[in-house]
Design a protein around this ligand. Structure first.
Ligand code: M6R
Length: 614
C-alpha cells in the first residue's frame, strides 16, 4: 500500500526521490518523507502529513546536495496520518533510517525490550522499531546487510523494508519479507534505484531485478549483492521491461483516470494483438504450459480476485463456461482462503490482479498451490508476485495504471479472460467454428467500438451535471451485465463518495426495491440480449415507484425511449463482449460525476492502488 523509492549514484538524490514519490503517490497519500545524507554524512530527514506537496513545501530550499537517500509515501495502518508517524523512521541516535511497506505483526513484542531499557519511541508505527533493532545490530559490529537480515528474521508479517545508515552513505539495503510489499531494483550507469514498484523507475531505467520473498539486496552505485533467506549470496538476473516511461505521465488530461479511460482502445488493440487470429479464426494465448490432454483433464475452474478484478473474474466465468464448457465459479479471494475450499489437482485456479501484489489474492493463490492446483494469473505488472506463484501469466497489456480506480486494466483483464476461454475451449474440443469466428471478429472490432463509446463523453458529462447531487444510486444488470452493475456501483462510490449498490436485477424485488423513490436513481444495463425483456420489466418497476432511470442500451434500440429518463446508446458490438463497452461508459459516468462534485478523482480518500495488507 505504501510507496518506497531509494537512489544511490552521482546525481542529486533529493530531486530523484521526490519525483519518484510523485509517481508512487497513488499507492498511499496519507503522509510522505525523505532521508538523505548531508555534506557531513549525517542524515537529513523531512516528513509531512498529507500529500507530497506538503512535504515539498516543508523542505523548500533545504534539500542537501546528497547523492543517496530513500523516500516513502504512506497509507496508514498503525498510527494516524501525522508528521510523526510519517516515514522514514530513525533509531534514537538518528544514524539509521528505515522505510517500510506492510505490517509488522509482532511490533509490540519487539518494542518491549527497548521500552524496558528506557528508550522512547516517537511514533505509533510498527516501523520505528525496525530502525532501533538495526541500529542495535550495527552497534554490536554487524554489517548493515546482515543487520537487516537479522532484524527481518525476527519479524512476523509481510513487508518490504529499506534501510540506510550514516556509517556508509551510498549504501542501501532492501529486504522483502513474505508476499506483501514488492521490491524492484533499477540498474543505471553507475547508479542504482530501489522502489516498491516499477512505475517509479521507468523514467530512469528499464533494466530491473525483482526480489523474491525472503531475499535481501545490498545496493551500491556500481553493484548489487543479493542474499537468499539463509543469507547466502545468490545471482539474480537483470530483466529489461517493455513499459514506455511516457505512459506513466498525465499529458494533456486533467486526471490519470480520464487518460486511462481514453487509452482503452489501445489496451484492447494490445490485448487482441497476436492472440485473435484469422484464416482460420482461432485464439491462441501465449505461454500457456498446459498440454491439450492436461486442459481436457481440468474438471473445474475457480476464478479469484478482489474489487474490480473480481468483477472481471465474474465476466470470465461466463467465458470459461460458454466456450470451454468447464464448470466455473468465482470467489472473493479474501473469503476463499479462509473457507477451507475443496480443491484438487484437476481444479484450474485463475486469479485476476492488475498489481499482482494484492495480499488477499496472493494468500488465496498460496492456498491453491498447497492443494496442487494448476494456476493461471491475469496480471498487468511484469514480474509481480502473482506471476511468480502461477504456472502461467496472461498479461492484461494495459501499461502502467496510475489512477487508484481501475479502468483500462478491467478491459485488459476481460479480454484476456475472453481469449483464455476460447483458447481452452479449442484445446478441449468444445468450441465450434462459428462461435470462434464470431468471437474473433467481435474482439478485433473492440478497439474501434471502444473508441466510439468514448464519443459519448459530452452526453455523459451532461447527465453527470444533472445527477451529481443525488446521494444514492442503484445499478442493475443481468447475465454478463450483472458484474458490470457491481462495477458501476464500485466505481461511483470509489471516486465520488456517493452511496451506490449494484444488484443482479432479478434480486431487486427481493428487498432493494424498498429503497426506490425519486431520490434514488437507477442505472439499468438493458442491452439487446436474452435477458433484455426481463430488464425492461425491472425498469418499469422502478418507474412505477417514481425512480429515475438511466438506461444503457444497445445501438439503435429505441424501445426504452420515453420510458427511461435518460438513455445511453452503446455502439454495435458482439454481445459476449458487451461488458467491455458497458464498463467504459460507466467509468465515464463515475468520472464526470466525481469531477462535478469536486472529488479527488485520482486519489480518493482512504484508498490505495495496491492493497498489501489484510
Ligand atoms: O491489483 P488488484 O487488481 O488485485 O486490485 C484489486 C482491487 O484492490 C482493485 O480492483 C480496486 O477495487 C480498485 N481500486 C477498483 O477501482
Amino acid at each position: 500500500m505504501c510507496g518506497i523509492i531509494g537512489y544511490t549514484g552521482q546525481r542529486p538524490a533529493g530531486q530523484i526521490i521526490l519525483d519518484g514519490l510523485r509517481r508512487l503517490e497513488y499507492r498511499g497519500y496519507d503522509s510522505a518523507g525523505i532521508a538523505l545524507f548531508d555534506a557531513n554524512h549525517e542524515l537529513y530527514v523531512a516528513r509531512a502529513a498529507g500529500k507530497i506537496d506538503n512535504l515539498i513545501s516543508k523542505i523548500e530550499g533545504s534539500l542537501p546536495p546528497a547523492v543517496s537517500g530513500i523516500g516513502h509515501t504512506r497509507w496508514a495502518t498503525h498510527g494516524a496520518a501525522t508528521d510523526l508517524n510519517a516515514h522514514p523512521h530513525l533509531d534514537p541516535a538518528g544514524r539509521v533510517a528505515v522505510v517500510h511497506n506492510g505490517i509488522i505483526e509482532n511490533f509490540e513484542a519487539l518494542r518491549r525490550p527497548f521500552v524496558e531499557r528506557g528508550l522512547a519511541f516517537s511514533s505509533d508505527t510498527d516501523t520505528e522499531v525496525l530502525a532501533f533493532l538495526i541500529a542495535d545490530e550495527i552497534q554490536a559490529g554487524v554489517d548493515l546487510a546482515r543487520a537487516v537480515q537479522n532484524v527481518v528474521a525476527q519479524t512476523q508479517g509481510a513487508a518490504a523494508v529499506v534501510a540506510i545508515c550514516c556509517d556508509e552513505p551510498g549504501r542501501i539495503v532492501a529486504a522483502r519479507v513474505g508476499n506483501a510489499g514488492g521490491i524492484v531494483i533499477g540498474h543505471g550507469d553507475g547508479e542504482r534505484f530501489v522502489a516498491s514498484d516499477l512505475a517509479a523507475l521507468l523514467p530512469h531505467t528499464r533494466r530491473v531485478t525483482f526480489l523474491e520473498p525472503g531475499e535481501v539486496a545490498d545496493i551500491r552505485p556500481d553493484e548489487v549483492t543479493y542474499y537468499d533467506t539463509a543469507g547466502h549470496v545468490i545471482a539474480k538476473p537483470v530483466e529489461t521491461q517493455p513499459w514506455d516511461p511516457v505512459a506513466a505521465v498525465k499529458g494533456r488530461y486533467k486526471h490519470f483516470m480520464l487518460k486511462e479511460i481514453h487509452e482503452q482502445p489501445d489496451t484492447a488493440l494490445d490485448s487482441v494483438r497476436g492472440r485473435y487470429l484469422t484464416a482460420p479464426h482461432r485464439v491462441e494465448v501465449e505461454d500457456l504450459p498446459f498440454t491439450a490432454e492436461q486442459v481436457r483433464d481440468f474438471n473445474r475452474v475457480v476464478l479469484i480476485g478482489m474489487g474490480t478484478s473480481m468483477h472481471a473474474a465474474m465476466v470470465g466465468r461466463h467465458y470459461l463456461e460458454r466456450y470451454a464448457r468447464i464448470p466455473a465459479e468465482v470467489d472473493n479471494a479474501a473469503e476463499f482462503r479462509y473457507r477451507s475450499p475443496v480443491l484438487d489437482p484437476r481444479t484450474l485456479v485463475i486469479s485476476v490482479a492488475q498489481s499482482g501484489e494484492t495480499i488477499d489474492t496472493l494468500a488465496a493463490m498460496d492456498e491453491a498451490r498447497r492443494a496442487g492446483c494448476p494456476q493461471i494469473t491475469i496480471c498487468n505488472t511484469p514480474g509481480a508476485q502473482t506471476t511468480r506463484i502461477a504456472d502461467a501469466t496472461v498479461y492484461m497489456r494495459a501499461g502502467p495504471e496510475i489512477a487508484v480506480a481501475s479502468t483500462k486494466t478491467l478491459v485488459g483483464s476481460m479480454i484476456a479472460l475472453h481469449a483464455l476461454g476460447l483458447h481452452l475451449g479449442r484445446l478441449r474440443g468444445a468450441l465450434d467454428a462459428e462461435t470462434s469466428r464470431r468471437q474473433v471478429e467481435g474482439a478485433l472490432h473492440l478497439p474501434a467500438a471502444i473508441g466510439e463509446t468514448l464519443l459519448l463523453e459530452p452526453r455523459v458529462a451532461e447527465l453527470a451535471a444533472r445527477y451529481a447531487a443525488y446521494e444514492d444510486f442503484l445499478f442493475l444488470g443481468r447475465g454478463l451485465s450483472y458484474p458490470m452493475a457491481l462495477e458501476g456501483a464500485l466505481k461511483l462510490k470509489e471516486v465520488s463518495y456517493i452511496h451506490a449498490e449494484g444488484y443482479a436485477a432479478g434480486e431487486m424485488k427481493h428487498g432493494p426495491i424498498a429503497l426506490i423513490d425519486e431520490r434514488m436513481p437507477t442505472v439499468a444495463i438493458a442491452l439487446r440480449d436474452e435477458v433484455r425483456d426481463k430488464m425492461r420489466s425491472n425498469i418499469e418497476q422502478v418507474k412505477a415507484r417514481r425512480g429515475r432511470v438511466i438506461a444503457i442500451v444497445s445501438a439503435d434500440d429505441v424501445s426504452l425511449d420515453g420510458i427511461a429518463d435518460d438513455v445511453l446508446r452503446l455502439p454495435e458490438v458482439e454481445p459476449d463482449l458487451s461488458p467491455v463497452l458497458t464498463a467504459v461508459v460507466m467509468q465515464l459516468l463515475s468520472y464526470e460525476i466525481a469531477v462535478e462534485r469536486g472529488a479527488d478523482v485520482d486519489q480518493p480518500r482512504n484508498l490505495a492502488k495496491t492493497v498489501t495488507v489484510e
